[in-house]
Ligand binder design. Structure first.
Ligand code: IPM
Ligand code: MG
Length: 355
């Protein structure tokens, strides 16, 4: 198979971790006889510095013309004082919207080898967990009407949460489809006791649930969900939720896996192309020091092979190499308890050796 992949390295640790994932993808391509071409494009702070814009037109066009997109992370203190619509993060929302990537899959599982890194009580960690957060990615408060206006106490800022039935239907379908090939259990998370958008969310999810009689579907309020995630994470299989709730709960889910440096994600739309990125940020404090954990990005590469190209065996080959490295006790700083950590490049080498 021939694959043209757009690379959005971004800022902070973005370039290091994307380069690691590219090496791993190249090795897999060689092993299985595929041809992979990589084309880099600017995004985020790097794009602001070079062109004045966080998301240059050329980047959007390049991504839309590619077969798939691999992204590192964007943002950093250098660009933190820019107005909201010129910040690096705006590029991330922009590319998600331009590629119509409304489904964000964020799997979180506790690797048996990382049980001691799980901050939960031993008896909870012992049970393990393997869940998939299906986060709506192109709607809700991230994309609603916003601005400043005069209010009761003078000038005020506002953001609005808005969801249409169509947006909820399609993300609900994505969740039920995912559940069909997992443990057939969907928990839909909302704040229906307060928010109108959540009430439409709940009603619509129930309608879609009727199309999937084999899948159990329950509702959970987001505050309770945040609590249940640390109390009993093994109760979750597929979680479906809005853009902002999904952002928050996926960080919480990642922390209980031991490190946010382990979590990959796939952002999908109507086409197979998708955009693949670690769920963590650009970690400017450790950028350029060769200490970042590249695993989340490497696993995002595996998700790309699976979802964009249907290459299940190749995806499993990467996932198995990561399992083996962890089983061998090889650790980057974030999962090392301060002992014997290796760097980003050395971790990449260890994974390459096992492919
Ligand atoms: C994420 C990030 C982004 C988000 C930020 C950087 C805009 O936190 O992908 O989870 O909130 O979606
Ligand atoms: Mg986030």
């Amino acid at each position: 198979m021939k694959m043209n992949i757009a690379l959005l390295r971004g800022d902070g640790i973005g370039p290091e971790i994307v380069d690691s994932a590219v090496e791993v993808l190249k090795k897999v391509a060689d092993k299985f006889g595929h041809e992979m071409n990589f084309t880099p494009y600017l995004i985020g702070g790097a794009a602001i510095d070079a062109t004045g814009k966080p998301l240059p037109e050329e980047t959007v066009e390049g991504c839309l013309a590619s077969d798939s997109v691999l992204l590192g992370a964007v943002g950093g203190p250098k660009w933190d004082t820019l107005p909201g619509d010129q910040r690096p993060e705006k590029a991330l929302l922009g590319i998600r919207a331009a590629m119509e990537l409304y489904t964000n899959l964020r799997p979180a599982r506790l690797y048996p080898a990382l049980k001691d890194d799980c901050p939960l009580k031993a008896e909870i960690a012992e049970k393990g967990f393997d869940l998939l957060i299906v986060r709506e990615l192109t709607g809700g408060i991230y994309f609603g009407d916003r601005g400043y206006r005069e209010g009761k106490y003078g000038t005020e800022a506002y953001d609005t949460e808005c969801y249409s039935r169509v947006e909820i239907e399609r993300i609900a379908r994505a969740a039920f489809e995912a559940a069909m090939v997992r443990n057939k259990n969907v928990i839909s998370i909302d704040k229906a006791n307060v928010l109108e958008t959540s009430r439409l969310w709940r009603k619509t999810v129930h309608e879609i649930a009727a199309e999937y009689p084999e899948v159990t579907c329950t509702d959970m309020l987001v505050d309770n969900a945040a609590m249940q995630l640390v109390k009993n994470p093994s109760q979750f299989d597929v979680v479906v939720t809005s853009n902002m709730f999904g952002d928050i709960l996926s960080d919480e889910a990642s922390q209980i896996t031991g490190s946010i440096g382990m979590l990959a994600s796939a952002s999908l739309g109507k086409t197979k192309r998708g955009l693949y990125e670690p769920i963590h940020g650009s970690a400017p404090d450790i950028a350029g020091k060769d200490i970042a954990n590249p695993i989340a990005t490497i696993l995002s590469g595996a998700m790309m092979l699976r979802y964009a190209f249907g290459l299940e065996e190749e995806a499993l080959c990467i996932e198995k190499a990561v399992d083996d490295v962890l089983d061998a006790g090889i650790r980057t700083a974030d999962i090392s308890h301060g002992e014997g950590a290796i760097g980003c490049k050395a971790m990449t080498e260890e994974i390459l050796k096992r492919i």
